[in-house]
Design a protein around this ligand. Structure first.
Ligand code: MTE
Ligand code: MO
Length: 236
């Protein structure tokens, strides 16, 4: 083949072939840690629609089969050290230990999560207590407009109250039927499935209801204040 003598041409041909594979969805994507994923165009779930009519896979996302540990300053994982303050604009602030969290009504759900770095996990199973349930117990004031999730070492994430009170938003303590593993925020984390995953604070220590918005850790570092994956609200 003539390209033996023309390495530059060979490179062009290889690149064309790669692009053709990518277009038909047979490309492999290399991720850190030796993980490869089939391009999402091969996964039929990428073409599904949600009950709300939105595409199951938000724009620019590819499908991973498991959560990728994204780091952060870990808090104390032991249930015995856990305290969750539910506070701010409410009449009945709460301070729950782990047993008290488990004594509240539990929700088990399967949902999709979407990381701003471009991966999504479809159909992950979570168990926890709805933030809406905690808000009801705390008698949150009508004037509250935002929820601030507070976590170890000062990590915070702000969510509009209507979105934080959606039935899919949990203080989650189980993932795929097991206690959260070390990188994923044990003993309990926030789970806000319909916003980019940075809003889902791991090693959760508090839920604060506020009237005035308070952009959190990533929101004050260039990320979008709202973080809707279907509007590609990645950067502010
Ligand atoms: N406390 C705390 N929570 C956090 C973070 C963090 O640094 N600290 N990182 C966020 C970001 S940027 C992402 S993408 C997700 C990652 O969750 P995972 O490691 O379980 O995939 O957690 C979010 N929650
Ligand atoms: Mo992230």
């Amino acid at each position: 083949m003539a390209s033996d003598k023309f390495p530059e041409l060979e490179r062009v041909i290889r690149r064309r072939t790669f692009l053709r594979f990518a277009a038909t969805g047979t490309a492999l994507t290399a991720l850190g840690g030796g993980t490869y994923v089939l391009a999402s165009t091969d996964d039929p779930r990428a073409k599904e629609r949600r009950p709300d009519g939105r595409p199951r896979l938000p724009p620019g996302q590819r499908i991973l089969d498991a959560l990728k540990p994204m780091g952060g300053e870990p808090g104390d994982p032991s249930p015995s050290a856990f305290r969750l303050r539910v506070h701010g604009a409410c009449d009945n602030p709460l301070n729950l230990d782990f047993a008290a969290l488990l004594a509240l009504p539990q929700t088990e759900q399967t949902c999709d999560v979407h990381c701003v770095t471009g991966w999504s996990v479809l159909g992950s199973k979570w168990t926890g207590v709805r933030v809406a349930e905690l808000a009801k117990l705390a008698k949150v004031h009508d004037s509250a407009r935002h929820v601030i999730f507070e976590a170890a070492y000062g990590y915070t994430a702000n969510v509009r109250i209507a979105e934080a009170l959606a039935p899919t938003v949990l203080v989650a303590h189980k993932h795929e039927g097991n206690p959260l593993t070390r990188p994923h925020g044990p003993p309990a984390r926030a789970l806000v499935p319909d916003l980019y995953f940075w809003k889902s604070a791991k090693w959760l220590t508090g839920i604060r209801f506020v009237k005035n918005d308070q952009p959190g850790y990533w929101e004050t570092r260039g990320y979008h204040n709202h973080a809707d994956p279907w509007n590609s609200e990645r950067y502010g």
